[in-house]
Design a protein around this ligand. Structure first.
Ligand code: BMA
Length: 340
């Protein structure tokens, strides 16, 4: 029985590997990373920052960020029996509007998939006269119905919470610019219907005492509901003389008022160290977009993009990660406030 509880549906057949004996790492990599390698499908050069969920009969399904050999990012559905070996569809994910008419973005990247009340929502960075957040819903991963974009450009890293909080849908996002955004904090907005969004709140600021998240931060996988609060994994970016370095961070948000940060880990929990993270189309990138988490075992599998070239997998447990965050907590700026 774990010390902290994960509050979600159990996952059958969860991908897993134990931490090495004697290791104190809060998060450890799958020994056979990367799980998706270069040129995984004809005409596709790279698949990386991607989202997976558990699917029927112990299988898994996901929406992947794929880039063609002409380097245009789009979304693509993949299926897996074990969460590790993936088979991708031979065509781009197709979207329609609510009347059934085709409505596909010119480009699409960094998807997250969040299940709320038996509907799966895909949230991604879409073209809308500049990068903005797109949302589409599906129940079968065949028909994807796009709904309104929550915000005007420029905004990225949209992540829905997996349930309504105080009767409202909630989304994390990060205001950005049209390029490689040299700034950015995480914000929260709410909506009664996934169409009208407001009550914008500041959640967490870049910075803190360490430089790994000094330039900007952005939401990662859908926050995980636990008995101590929302466990939020995110990416933090350092600005170096040789370019940006993307690491993975973790914080715990208040369960009823998630714009309040309860604990924030001053250390990264994963940073580029392996050849597939340090070398690739964009070097030094660890970019988490999804987790599988099992309440019965407390196990968490983290899917992350590596070097904008591969999909990789890492593991932790709710007890190991929450204890690590609390032991290494730092209070930053006005993070613990309501963020009004
Ligand atoms: C960000 C996003 C991510 C990418 C990262 C590093 O701005 O575009 O998709 O992984 O840059 O290139």
């Amino acid at each position: 029985m774990s010390k902290y509880l994960i509050l979600s549906e159990p996952i059958k057949n969860m991908p897993w590997q134990d931490r090495e004996l004697g290791s104190k790492a809060p998060v450890w990599r799958y020994a056979f990373n990367p799980i998706v390698k270069r040129n995984p499908v004809e005409g596709i050069a790279r698949i990386f920052n991607s989202a997976v969920v558990s699917w029927k009969d112990g299988t898994f399904i996901g929406v992947f960020r794929a880039e063609t050999v002409a380097t245009l990012p789009h979304l693509r559905v993949g299926r897996s029996d074990d969460g590790i070996h993936w088979i991708f569809e031979d065509h781009q994910l197709q979207m329609v509007d609510e009347s059934g008419k085709s409505w596909n973005p010119y480009y699409a990247y960094d998807p997250r998939v969040i299940k709320i009340d038996n509907v799966y929502y895909v949230v991604w960075c879409t073209e809308a006269h500049g990068p903005a957040i797109g949302v589409a819903k599906t129940t079968d991963f065949k028909t994807f119905v796009r709904i309104e974009n929550p915000f005007i450009p420029f905004n990225r890293n949209g992540v829905l919470f997996p349930r309504k909080i105080n009767g409202m849908y909630k989304i994390l996002s990060r205001a950005s610019d049209n390029g490689h955004t040299p700034f950015g904090d995480i914000f929260l907005s709410e909506s009664p219907d996934l169409v009208y969004w407001g009550k914008h709140r500041h959640v967490m600021e870049r910075g803190g005492n360490g430089w790994w998240q000094g330039l900007k931060i952005g939401g990662g996988p859908a926050p995980i509901e636990t008995s101590i609060g929302w466990l939020m994994l995110y990416h933090g970016v350092a600005n170096t003389c040789n370019g940006y370095v993307y690491s993975m961070g973790a914080a715990i948000l208040d369960i009823n008022e998630p714009s309040k940060v309860k604990y924030r880990c001053k250390n990264y929990i994963l940073t580029p160290e392996m050849p597939y993270e340090e070398t690739g189309f964009v070097p030094n990138v660890v970019f988490p977009c999804a987790t599988l988490h099992d309440p019965l075992t407390g196990r968490i599998a983290i899917y992350y993009g590596a070097a904008d070239s591969y999909v990789a997998l890492a593991f932790t447990t709710v007890d190991i990660l929450v204890d690590y965050i609390i032991e290494n907590h730092e209070s930053v700026g006005r993070d613990s406030e309501l963020g009004k």
